[in-house]
Design a protein around this ligand. Structure first.
Ligand SMILES: Nc1ncnc2c1ncn2[C@@H]1O[C@H](COP(=O)(O)OP(=O)(O)O)[C@@H](O)[C@H]1O
Ligand SMILES: [Mg+2]
Length: 415
């Protein structure tokens, strides 16, 4: 990562309030955020759905205006600029989205050329630039295809190429990999890393997925209820998380948790007790050695042996954050049901588990997940009662990206 160390985006005590329709109330989507993003950063902004991430990022290209405070981008106070003066600043900011927002009736090449047409580039310059971009994102062979003929990862590559067309200095990525499978996510993240390294473009990476931040960001801010509750280098924040919400992100890297459909399939094949065990290789401790998040799943082999039951490992995923292995594995336990119960009681003492029951006595997925209490997890914003794994799984982002580049808005802007 090219480290310019000069701030390129600065939020200074930024507040954004929305008026709640019908009621004479306002709600604070962004609550007194001060944040500085340096040139050359891949800056992750992580938080659960509704934390205010999209609102925050939309103030960078002035799609939203702050209620108070200022947003400075490349030296310009974009929070107090007219549309006319904003134009050249916006041209230096590319944006990509979860739903790609491509024009379905345009080819790949035409999609990429679109911002160049808006910017009145000469046709031969346009063609040359599109060719360059197609090569950069690895889609040279697909220039004349339509978006419907592409995979999700390819569509996002087109989105990236289009965002890069006018040589921006900043790329805003709002949940850009949230609609992609893990493998494709990694490919797209590697491309973003190249965008950062080779082109020197500062990337603001909005996500609710910890592994996205972990894979490519150098700095991270954690958002909760409109506030930035923690920020720093990815290493510092993940190695010694201070805030409850940050701990939860780390505690619940549930890559290996099977989804309901997977559980249904497994149940048919393996009629025994299906149990997911959260794996954390070791305690996560703070600078004083106090345990922030306890280890989990460490004693499972010993316990299986001690209780004389049978186990089969069915499903799982383990990842590492700063050398700490975390994830989840799903077992089928068979044998004397009373022994299995005793074993699970023992296991649950030192580990986070999700008990899905057996084929004959299944535990409903949501119930199972809701019963699985995560160590040290505080109540999420607005939720009642004890936080459960279910809260952590409600991280699915609403499809709330406005289609910024739809033909109508673009036409208005041009006229
Ligand atoms: N245009 C809007 N009008 C009213 N409320 C909004 C608007 N945009 C966002 N919000 C609210 O602001 C909060 C933060 O939303 P958002 O920034 O989209 O969060 P995130 O991207 O972290 O999921 C949410 O409660 C959302 O409903
Ligand atoms: Mg959002």
């Amino acid at each position: 990562m090219t480290q310019g160390n000069e701030p390129i985006i600065v939020f200074d005590h930024v507040v954004k309030e929305f008026t709640v329709r019908g009621a004479k109330k306002t709600m604070r989507a962004v609550d007194d955020v001060s944040l500085s993003i340096d040139e050359g950063d891949i800056f992750g902004i992580i938080g659960y759905s509704g934390a205010g991430k999209s609102t925050l990022v939309r103030m960078i290209n002035a799609l939203e205006q702050p209620t108070s405070g200022t947003v400075t981008v490349m030296g310009n106070d974009v929070s107090h600029m007219g549309e006319g003066r904003l134009r050249p600043v916006r041209q230096k900011i590319g944006m990509i989205f979860q739903q790609f927002n491509l024009f379905s009736q345009k080819t790949v090449a035409q999609n990429i050329a679109y911002p160049l047409r808006l910017d009145h580039w000469r046709k031969d310059y346009q063609d040359r630039r599109v060719k360059e971009l197609l090569e950069f994102v690895g889609l040279a062979e697909h220039a004349d295809k339509y978006p419907s003929q592409l995979s999700g990862g390819q569509k996002q590559r087109v989105g990236i190429a289009r965002a890069l067309a006018t040589n921006p200095k900043i790329l805003l990525a709002d949940e850009a990999t949230s609609a992609l499978d893990p493998e494709t996510t990694t490919e797209v993240l590697q491309l973003l890393e190249r965008v950062n390294r080779q082109l020197g473009i500062t990337i603001v990476l909005i996500t609710h997925q910890m592994n996205v931040v972990q894979q490519i960001a150098n700095r991270v801010a954690v958002m909760s209820s409109g506030k930035v509750v923690e920020q720093g280098s990815v290493y510092d924040v993940f190695a010694a998380p201070k805030q409850p919400v940050t701990k939860r992100f780390i505690a619940t890297a549930m890559d290996g948790l099977p989804d309901p459909a997977r559980i249904a399939v497994m149940r048919e094949q393996w009629p025994g007790r299906l149990v997911t065990v959260v794996i954390r290789q070791r305690d996560i401790v703070d600078a004083n050695g106090d345990v922030l998040v306890p280890a989990s799943g460490q004693d499972i082999s010993d316990l299986i042996a001690a209780h004389g039951i049978h186990s089969g490992l069915l499903y799982g995923g383990i990842d590492t954050v700063q050398d700490i292995a975390i994830g989840a594995v799903t077992y089928e336990f068979t044998g004397d049901p009373a022994k299995i119960d005793a074993f699970l009681d023992d296991l649950a003492r030192g580990s986070d588990i999700v008990d899905f029951g057996t084929k004959d006595a299944p535990i409903d997925y949501d119930t199972a997940v809701a019963r699985a209490h995560i160590a040290d997890a505080p109540a999420p914003h607005g939720a009642q009662g004890t936080p459960t794994l279910a809260d952590d799984l409600e991280m699915v982002e609403d499809v709330d990206d406005v289609v910024e580049m739809n033909p109508d808005t673009a036409r208005k802007e041009r006229d």
